[in-house]
Design a protein around this ligand. Structure first.
Ligand code: NAD
Ligand code: ISE
Length: 337
């Protein structure tokens, strides 16, 4: 069965996902697009020569002949579209964040549980990145004993004027928030935020860089640096110190150049290429799991909720400067996959 997919939000990542489904992965086709800027969608239909229809609203797209909806609009718009799609019994691939608050995620969980089967997968693609999967396999195999300390960096070359201080947590660090507790298989206990010396290369309203300190229930210490105006590259790092050794996220392979008495390698400048394979893998998992089991794969709506609860505490910590507790209920059996 070829999954008929509609896309709500045809901007930067919506275009990327449409390209991968159209050109690189099998089992699905794009049949419907919707965007509040109609010209964005219509340009994509022309660029990819799609046999797809434009719908003025998400509701009209959801009511059309689609099996699944990709939600890649702006974060604050996700919850409304996701709820409409779930209530219509459609499968949903929702880009991060699932919703911009924990309460919003809870409303989505309640709607999905009412449907009686999982319909939704969240676009936390790092779990599908080969490097993070190597880290996960080594940690699960206790290669370095128990993990004790993690240090990460999430560096963007720059962000635009719409980017705000809280987005460093809810939009950027949210990827580490999701992938790290999965990596170490431990829930978060608390979060604290610090502001080191600030870069001159930022807009006046923004705090940048930021340091986030997370502690897990077993006491694992996580130090994460967020620097969204670093200028030099899109640079994602993750290092795990265990009882018996250290694991490091592999560097992205790049041609080594030796020339003029210098040695160099190119670095990437954004997420599109850095996680290209991970995005492809998450969509293959979505499509294949639906075909084989009738439900999408992980990360589930519960993972989206865990990330939102943690991010909410992170935003509180940005404002308080204090150690903020992260209170999470037990994972319902419905979401134990
Ligand atoms: P963008 O601004 O390039 O595109 C968003 C599109 O959604 C725009 O075309 C806008 O017109 C449209 N839109 C906004 N509200 C809408 C609504 N209510 N209904 C229909 N269309 C609407 O943004 P982007 O960079 O593509 O980000 C989109 C989402 O994807 C965000 O949630 C972002 O966090 C996420 N994202 C994820 C990754 C990742 O690595 N997984 C990377 C980039 C963006
Ligand atoms: C963006 O929305 C993404 O999700 C990227 O993966 C992340 O690196 C970037 O910081 C976010 O703004």
């Amino acid at each position: 069965m070829t999954l008929k997919m509609g896309v709500v939000g045809t901007g930067a990542i919506g275009r990327e996902h449409i390209e991968r489904i159209t050109k690189r992965i099998s089992g699905a086709e794009i049949v419907a697009l919707s965007d509040i800027h109609q010209e964005n969608a219509e340009q994509i239909i022309r660029d990819f020569k799609l046999d797809a229809q434009f719908f003025a609203t998400d509701a009209e797209l959801i009511a059309a002949d689609v099996d699944a909806v990709i939600v890649s609009s702006w974060g604050p718009a996700h919850e409304e579209t996701v709820l409409k799609a779930i209530e219509a019994g459609k499968y949903v691939f929702c880009e991060k964040p699932l919703a911009t608050t924990a309460e919003g995620c809870k409303r989505i969980i309640d709607a999905e549980m009412k449907q009686g089967k999982r319909l939704l997968q969240v676009g936390f693609m790092r779990r599908y990145d080969a490097g993070y999967q190597m880290l996960k396999q080594a940690l699960d195999a206790k290669e370095i004993g128990e993990p004790l300390m993690l240090s990460c960096q999430h560096f963007n070359p720059q962000v635009d004027e719409n980017y705000t201080t809280d987005m460093a947590v809810v939009d950027t660090l949210i990827h580490e928030i999701d992938v790290l507790h999965w990596l170490v298989d431990d829930d978060y206990e608390s979060i604290q935020v610090f502001y080191p010396k600030q870069t001159k290369n930022k807009l006046s309203h923004l705090k940048d860089p930021q340091i986030v300190h997370l502690v897990t229930k077993s006491g694992i210490s996580i130090h994460a640096e967020i620097f969204v105006n670093c200028g030099y590259a899109y640079d994602i790092q993750c290092r795990v110190v265990g009882e018996d050794g250290i694991l490091s996220l592999p560097e992205v392979s790049s041609l080594g150049i030796r020339k003029d008495a210098k040695r160099s390698e190119n670095l990437l400048m954004d997420w599109k290429k850095r996680f290209m394979d991970a995005y492809d893998n998450e969509f293959n998992a979505f499509i294949n799991a639906i075909e084989k089991t009738g439900s999408p794969s992980y990360p589930t709506a519960w993972d989206g909720y865990v990330a939102a609860v943690t991010a909410d505490a992170g935003v509180k910590a940005q404002q308080s400067g204090e150690v903020e507790k992260i209170d999470l209920p037990e994972t319902p059996d419905f979401y134990r996959i």
